[in-house]
Each structure stands twice: as structure tokens, then as C-alpha cells.
Ligand binder design. Structure first.
Ligand code: CO
Length: 171
């Protein structure tokens, strides 16, 4: 397993629409492992394959399912070809950062709840119902697969030298 380099803006890969995963073989399994350790090494709560310069539709997320519980345990989600199939009408503003966009965070309006369908690392169908921050992270990571960054959606951007802004999670 290797920590991979996380590419940063203005790298053109971050703006490309990523390709569907079709091959769940050894190279793909290695990429999954590398992305998980890279996310942990970088203290991120999510990572999309284009951020490690791979144009495929793969995301990894490690975050509690319900972060309202104080001792909520983190859960690892690995999803290929993820698609949001339902959005709640209710939205929420929240502060986001991104490992590929250094020194900037922003307030982004996202659906409060989403239902995501995709495939697990072995190509089997999976479905996740997420709310709150976990729903936000899914929306952020799936945007990466379409070349969309949080700075495109943010209503306000802040430099991370601002104390409050520096506390935003990196996704
Ligand atoms: Co990001």
C-alpha cells in the first residue's frame, strides 16, 4: 500500500468527468487501499479518485453515520460509480474544505439528506441513506467525479487563516 499524491488546483484532472469503473481486479483493489490510507494520512474525511490523478468513478469516505452522537464511531464507505438517486428538499449551509483546494474553505448549501446508489469494491450493488455531514461529504465527493469543486457551489469563500474557517473538514 502506498500513500498517493493528492493533486491540487489548477491540475486539469480535477476538472474532467471521470470514467465509470468496469474492472474490479487487482489494480482497482490496490487503488482502493491506497485511497483509504491517503485519506487517513491527509486527515481527510473523503477522497475521490481524480484527486489522486485517476480518472475513474470511485470515492472513499470515513465518517460517522450519525455525528449527533458524541461517541459516534467512524464508518468506512467505499463506492464505485456512485449516483445520488434522491435529494431531500431541505438544505443546509455548511463550511467545506478540500484537500485539492489548499488554503480556502467555503459555505456550501447542500441537501440535508441523500440516497446514494453504487457498487461496492467487489462490484456488488450497494445503497446508502445519508444525512447531515455524511450527506454533505457524499455530495462533495460525487461532484469531484464530474469535475465540480466546492468553490463552484460556495456562496462565500474564506481564506483558512481565519480561525473559524480553519476548522472546516477537508473532503
Ligand atoms: Co474535495
Amino acid at each position: 500500500m502506498n500513500v498517493r499524491e493528492v493533486i491540487k488546483l489548477p491540475h486539469p484532472m480535477l476538472r474532467k468527468k471521470a470514467h465509470e469503473v468496469r474492472d474490479f481486479g487487482d489494480d482497482f483493489q490496490k487503488l482502493v487501499e491506497d485511497m483509504v490510507i491517503t485519506m487517513r494520512e491527509e486527515d481527510g474525511v473523503g477522497l475521490a479518485a481524480p484527486q489522486v490523478n485517476q480518472s475513474i468513478r470511485l470515492i472513499v469516505i470515513e465518517y460517522p453515520e450519525d455525528d449527533n452522537q458524541e461517541d459516534a464511531e467512524k464508518k468506512l464507505f467505499i463506492m464505485a460509480n456512485p449516483e445520488i438517486v434522491k435529494w431531500s428538499e431541505e438544505t443546509e449551509l455548511g463550511m467545506e474544505g478540500c484537500l485539492s483546494v489548499p488554503d480556502i474553505v467555503g459555505e456550501v448549501e447542500r441537501a440535508l439528506k441523500v440516497e446514494v446508489r453504487g457498487l461496492n469494491r467487489y462490484g456488488k450493488k450497494m445503497k446508502v441513506r445519508a444525512k447531515g455531514w455524511l450527506a454533505r461529504v457524499f455530495q462533495h465527493e460525487i461532484d469531484h467525479l464530474d469535475g465540480i469543486l466546492f468553490v463552484d457551489r460556495a456562496t462565500t469563500l474564506y481564506k483558512t487563516s481565519d480561525e473559524e474557517a480553519a476548522q472546516a473538514e477537508q473532503v
